[in-house]
Structures are given as structure tokens and as C-alpha cells.
Write a protein that binds this ligand. Structure first.
Ligand SMILES: [Zn+2]
Length: 315
């Protein structure tokens, strides 16, 4: 929710609270009197502090009067069987009163959580990918564990650099299907999302649909897809899965070239996951595009049997 959205929601909650308390005091007039008396005593306390007390009461007398009223109120609540918080504002977050901030610039946990959820939603990761983290990536499935330990290490270093805002080369994860590439892409995404960095993860087909929809259907494009399209070029980390499964047309090659070129200019990293081997990328795309894909990337080669199959066989 935007800050304007929060402010509006706060106004609605305050209005609801006023209506609720008004109805309560109408039904139980004594509660209204007690409330007004407590307000008066609080004001008198302030005035007394400024040496301008009007009621001729001492601090002690003020405290006693307030306590007596509170005790009467508690007793009446009990007698009328009223919930304790019936005369309070019902905030979603008691800590910040739904403001999202605790002080100047200090974000409340509720706002941080909301931002994390929004980033995660915007990333395009499927719910099951949320579980695919660095911790859940098991080396046990691989014969060549040393190779995968190194690959995992490179992915962690890559993610750490992005979180620290340091310059890094891109990553090119290649190899047969089911060898753990998507898991590591998700793991990188989850790692940087957790640190508050924006990520967009897309299968190449979905990404190209988005570009096509925007280019050819400009007027009808929803604001969301326009925003999402822009994010391809400027999001802190872009992850493209399944490169090479697209039908390679002039349009596609041109759009990919433009995308990678733009991201290089802005020094924004990406991760590509593909079944293509580096030499196949060279054969599939013209030099200027394959140069941008391979020349800027650390190449992580996945080999061996499909882990996905092994998991099915071994259960
Ligand atoms: Zn809060």
C-alpha cells in the first residue's frame, strides 16, 4: 500500500472509531461523562505543569481523581460486558498506528514486511520458488559435488555483491534440464529480495510476450505491464529463465540486444539460465548479441543426470 493509501486508511479507521465511541457514549451516557472528565483532568495536568492550573487541585489530587474515574470505567465495562478495546482505535499495527513509520524515516516492521511482500510479488517468482533457497540447495544429489560447491559459491558471491551494491559480472547458467539451474536462480532471487533489492524473474517466453504486448498494443497496455516492462530494463537484478526456447525472429533478437545493451549501459546485472551451451548461443544469435550475453558473464556449466528425475525415482 502506498503512503497515500495508508493515510487514507488511517482516516477511515479514525472516522470509524469516532462513530463507534459516539454510539457507545449515547448508549451508556456515564461512560461519555467519564471520558470527558478524564480529558479535562489531563488538560489540567498540562496547565498545572505550566503554572496555570484552574481547578485548584494538586498533582496528587489530579492523579487520584483520574484513577478513580479509570476504576469506575473498568467496573462499568465489566458490568456492561464490553470488550476492553471498544473505545480504542482498531489499528492493524499497534506499534505505529498504521503509519508505517515509528519516527522520522524509521520504518516500522509492518511496513518493511509489506514492502518485502510487494517486492516478492512483483518479482514474478512462483510460490514454490520461494522455498528454493541457498539453504535448501542440496549437494547430495550430485556426483561431482566439488563442481557444484563452486557453482553454489559463485552464486552466493554474486548475490552478496548485488546486495552490497558492488559491480559484478553477469551469470550464465547452462546445462541440461533438471540439473538445478532454476533452483539456483530462485535462490539468488530470494537472497537479494530478502535484503530489500528488487528482482524480476521471467521465463524468456513470458518476457517476450510482455515486450510484444507493449510494443504492438501500446494504448491498451495496462499500467501494470508498462511498469513491469520498464522494470526489465532498470530493475536491480533481472533473471531470465529458459533462454533459447524462444522462436528466434529478427524482432526477438533486436529486443534482446536492446535489453542487454541498456542494462550494460546502466551497469545492471542479470542472470540467464539456459539449456544452450555457450557455442550454441553463438550459433543461435548474431555476434553482437552473443557477445553481450557471453562476454559479460561468468559461465556456470551444469552437467550430469536430471536431479528432477532422480528425485522422482528415489522419492
Ligand atoms: Zn507498524
Amino acid at each position: 500500500m502506498s503512503l497515500a493509501g495508508r493515510a487514507l486508511k488511517r482516516q477511515q479507521k479514525l472516522a470509524e472509531w469516532e462513530t463507534r465511541v459516539e454510539a457507545l457514549h449515547k448508549k451508556y451516557p456515564r461512560l461519555g461523562e467519564i471520558s470527558r472528565s478524564i480529558t479535562k483532568l489531563s488538560l489540567e495536568t498540562v496547565l498545572l505543569g505550566m503554572g496555570k492550573g484552574k481547578m485548584g487541585m494538586t498533582w496528587e489530587e489530579l492523579d487520584q481523581a483520574r484513577e478513580a474515574l479509570q476504576a469506575e470505567k473498568t467496573a462499568l465495562f465489566k458490568e456492561y460486558n464490553l470488550p476492553k478495546n471498544i473505545d480504542e482505535v482498531w489499528w492493524d499495527c499497534e506499534k505505529c498506528g498504521d503509519r508505517g513509520f515509528l519516527g522520522v524515516g524509521e520504518k516500522c516492521a509492518c511496513l518493511l514486511q509489506e514492502e518485502r511482500e510487494m517486492r516478492w510479488e512483483f518479482s514474478g517468482l512462483a510460490p514454490e520458488q520461494r522455498e528454493q533457497t541457498i539453504n535448501t540447495f542440496s549437494l547430495d544429489w550430485y556426483e561431482d559435488q566439488e563442481r557444484y560447491r563452486l557453482i553454489l559459491q559463485q552464486c552466493i558471491e554474486f548475490a552478496e555483491k548485488i546486495c552490497a551494491g558492488e559491480k559484478t559480472e553477469n551469470l550464465f547458467l547452462c546445462g541440461p534440464i533438471g540439473t538445478g539451474k532454476t533452483h539456483l536462480c530462485s535462490a539468488i532471487a530470494n537472497y537479494v529480495l530478502q535484503a530489500g533489492v528488487d528482482v524480476v524473474y521471467l521465463k524468456i517466453g513470458t518476457m517476450l510476450d510482455l515486450i510484444r504486448e507493449y510494443k504492438y498494443n501500446f494504448e491498451k497496455s495496462a499500467t501494470f505491464s508498462a511498469h513491469r516492462l520498464k522494470s526489465l530494463y532498470h530493475v536491480s537484478l533481472l533473471i531470465i529463465d529458459d533462454l533459447g526456447t524462444e522462436v528466434s525472429t529478427d524482432f526477438v533478437r533486436e529486443q534482446l540486444f536492446y535489453l542487454f545493451d541498456e542494462r550494460i549501459n546502466y551497469r545492471l546485472p542479470w542472470v540467464i539460465s539456459t539449456n544452450l551451451l555457450p557455442n550454441e548461443v553463438g550459433a543461435m544469435y548474431e555476434d553482437r548479441l552473443s557477445d553481450r550475453i557471453l562476454g559479460t558473464s561468468g559461465i556456470l556449466k551444469f552437467t550430469g543426470p536430471s536431479i528432477r528425475q532422480l528425485k522422482i525415482v528415489r522419492g
